[in-house]
Write a protein that binds this ligand. Structure first.
Ligand code: CP
Ligand code: NVA
Length: 311
């Protein structure tokens, strides 16, 4: 079991630092190997607890399958079924799980809870989405673009259309880390957290990525090589549905908006999609969509992350 000083968490995609590109390369190799039926048991004898406070299809399944592929064992735990749901503290949960398992995957409502678990666990904690970031998603998104663009991020432009929250935050940091230009359009009241923007701009100064912010989707999408959107109402924000749908009304990724991007521009969505709201059927099911590759790449990207942090 690693000691607190040596264990490595993934709370923000920025925590991967210089390892992000090697992780993408490793994920490509793991993907090719899996297709040939080759699995490497890098987690043999290791157990990974997965605590979910919110629903999940992709994250839960891809982590379970990924840990299994690597020869380890994954334990799914709904937070409602743990004593956590009855008031046991996050710190005590972290201390106890650290005595049984080798890593914790945690989908939390609040980033501060994610950080609290990591602070008190002596084993790596991996953020499986919280209200601040979704680093595993964006690692898979970058893997998808890396494959489509033959490893070339520089010279490409990605556009974001939608909410400036968790997925967008990780994308800002991830693009800044790999040197990919990102033009974001968000409604004024759903702009990204300024602290994360500052951190991303600092990373972009090193990589040379250009990060631009617009109130208008057409400007962001113009000349883009790929366009990415996410739901307008994130998990836990259901009470704001009516206000959000009004604020995001002009931000739908439809054929008309996509026509402003470069011909053949890729279409990304982290899923689940609300068809007819943030994206139309025509676009998500159209020839430019790579959303199913993106979803598959969750598996390969997370296996590479697990090998790096727990292997
Ligand atoms: N994209 C994503 O994280 O999907 P799930 O909520 O299904 O895990
Ligand atoms: N922004 C979305 C992402 C879902 C994977 C949410 O937090 O619900």
């Amino acid at each position: 079991m690693p000691t607190k000083s040596t264990k490595r968490d993934l709370l923000s995609i920025a925590d991967l630092g210089k390892d992000l590109l090697p992780i993408l390369k490793r994920a490509r190799r793991l993907k090719a190997e899996r297709r040939r039926g080759v699995l490497r048991p890098a987690l043999r004898g290791k157990n990974v607890a997965m605590i979910f406070e919110k629903p999940s299809t992709r994250t839960r399944t891809s982590f379970e399958v990924g840990v299994n592929d690597l020869g380890g064992h994954a334990l799914y735990m709904s937070s409602k079924d743990l004593q956590l749901g009855r008031g046991e503290t996050i710190a005590d949960t972290a201390r106890v799980l650290s005595r049984y398992v080798d890593g914790i995957v945690y989908r939390a409502f609040r980033h501060q809870d994610e950080a609290e678990l990591a602070r008190h666990a002596s084993i790596p904690v991996i953020n499986a989405l919280d209200d601040r970031e979704h680093p595993c998603q964006v690692t898979a998104d970058l893997l998808t673009l890396y494959e489509c663009w033959k490893g070339m991020f520089g010279g490409h432009r990605l556009a974001w259309v939608g909410d400036g929250n968790n997925v967008h935050h990780s994308l800002l940091l991830g693009c800044a880390m790999v040197g990919l230009d990102l033009a974001s359009a968000t409604p004024e009241e759903y702009r990204p957290n300024p602290e994360i923007v500052d951190r991303a701009q600092a990373l972009a100064r090193t990589s040379g990525a250009q990060l631009q912010f617009y109130p208008d989707p057409v400007t962001a999408v113009t000349e883009a090589d790929a366009v990415y959107t996410d739901v307008w109402v994130s998990m836990g924000e259901e009470a704001e549905q009516r206000d959000r749908e009004a604020a995001f009304a002009g931000f739908q990724l439809n054929s008309e908006l996509l026509a402003h991007a470069r011909p053949g521009a890729l279409v990304l969505h982290d899923l689940p999609a609300h068809r007819g709201l943030e994206i139309t059927n025509e676009v998500i099911d159209g020839p430019q969509s790579v959303v199913w590759d993106q979803a598959e790449n969750r598996l390969h990207a997370q296996k590479a992350i697990l090998e790096e942090l727990l292997g």
